[in-house]
Design a protein around this ligand. Structure first.
Ligand SMILES: [Zn+2]
Length: 335
């Protein structure tokens, strides 16, 4: 599918005025080559009413939203689309309160939950690793200041940051909330974020001593004099960290708890890595595309990301939910 997205608010309003137009767009995003049964892969299907889709081969019943972040929603897709448009076209994103106000949602919790669902969709499964020359360092993200006073680092979140060096500019970035700055923790992050053979540029911290054994070229820069600042050694990392802190304090007013911080880091990364997109509509396109590519996230998992939960099988919930409905089928094209 050619990248199909609205170029302006006017175009957006025209394109996504009805449930049908939103559902058709989701269909094209989810099945760009035409329908493919989530259970058996067969391309032929029947539609049942406006929403349900029945596989002509295995009789599996599904819908365009089943098995995506829109599964089981009671809110019209037109409202979801407006939320995604708002979130992606605002330069710094949106707070839950801002989203609640702009959409006129009754509950703050709904706005908050939606934003978290969007954040889950901001990481593309199988995204490419960083490569070339990459600066890496850790930083502390603090709790609200009055809470922090007189306490140790237990209240701060330790985050590791990787930033591609693109000449004197900045390429793509990756973050992760980490429990400590040990070699084991840092190496795991490096291996999962940076392509082998890349140059990993760090300071002299002992946690980075075994970087070479992980298959990277290690470049170490250490402070030469007392007057030199750490931020001068790895300038790109420190610029990104200051932008991140400004974003957390600005858009989110510092009200981000540690257990959710990873997902805010994902949102910041999504925005930052697309900061040069000529059209914000392209971010809308990417987010919708990824929203139909990931599995739905149960509310309990959003509220308590620290709890480990068994993942649901794709589409199973939708199947049990629609079982027992009297079905009137009509054939449809597989296109
Ligand atoms: Zn099937």
């Amino acid at each position: 599918m050619e990248e199909e997205y609205p170029r302006s608010l006017m175009e957006f309003e025209k394109k996504f005025a009805t449930e049908e137009s939103c559902r058709e767009y989701l269909f094209r995003m989810r099945w760009p080559e035409g329908f493919c049964c989530p259970r058996c892969g067969n391309p032929v299907f029947w539609t049942i009413g406006k929403v349900l889709i029945r596989c002509a081969a295995c009789r599996h019943l599904t819908s365009v939203t089943a098995g995506t972040i829109f599964q089981d929603t009671h809110t019209p897709l037109t409202v979801w689309f407006r939320a995604i448009w708002w979130v992606t076209t605002q330069k710094n994103g949106a707070s839950a309160l801002g989203l609640q106000r702009i959409l006129g949602l009754k509950s703050y919790e709904t706005a908050w939950t939606w934003l978290h669902k969007f954040r889950r969709a901001m990481v593309r499964p199988g995204r490419e690793l960083l490569s070339g020359r990459v600066e890496v360092d850790e930083c502390y993200i603090g709790a609200p200041e009055e809470e922090m006073r007189g306490r140790g680092s237990a209240d701060k979140a330790l985050v590791v940051v990787a930033v591609e060096e693109n000449g004197s500019a900045i390429g793509r970035i990756r973050f992760r909330l980490i429990p400590n700055a040990s070699a084991a923790t840092l190496n795991k992050f490096l291996l999962e974020s940076i392509a082998p053979g890349s140059v990993v540029h760090t300071d002299g911290w002992r946690g980075y001593r075994r970087v070479t054994s992980c298959g990277f070229v290690h470049e170490v820069t250490v402070l030469k004099s007392k007057g030199e600042k750490a931020s001068e050694l790895l300038p790109r990392v420190h610029l990104v960290i200051s932008l991140l802190k400004r974003w957390l304090m600005g858009t989110h007013q510092g009200a981000v708890s540690h257990k959710h911080l990873d997902y805010y880091l994902d949102e910041f990364t999504f925005r930052f890595n697309r900061r040069k997109s000529m059209n914000r509509g392209k971010l809308f396109y990417r987010l919708v595309q990824q929203a139909v590519a990931i599995e739905p996230v149960p509310l309990d998992k959003i509220l308590h990301p620290e709890k480990k939960q068994a993942r649901k099988l794709h589409g199973r919930k939708a199947l049990t939910k629609v079982a027992g409905i009297t079905l009137v089928s009509k054939p449809a094209n597989a296109a």
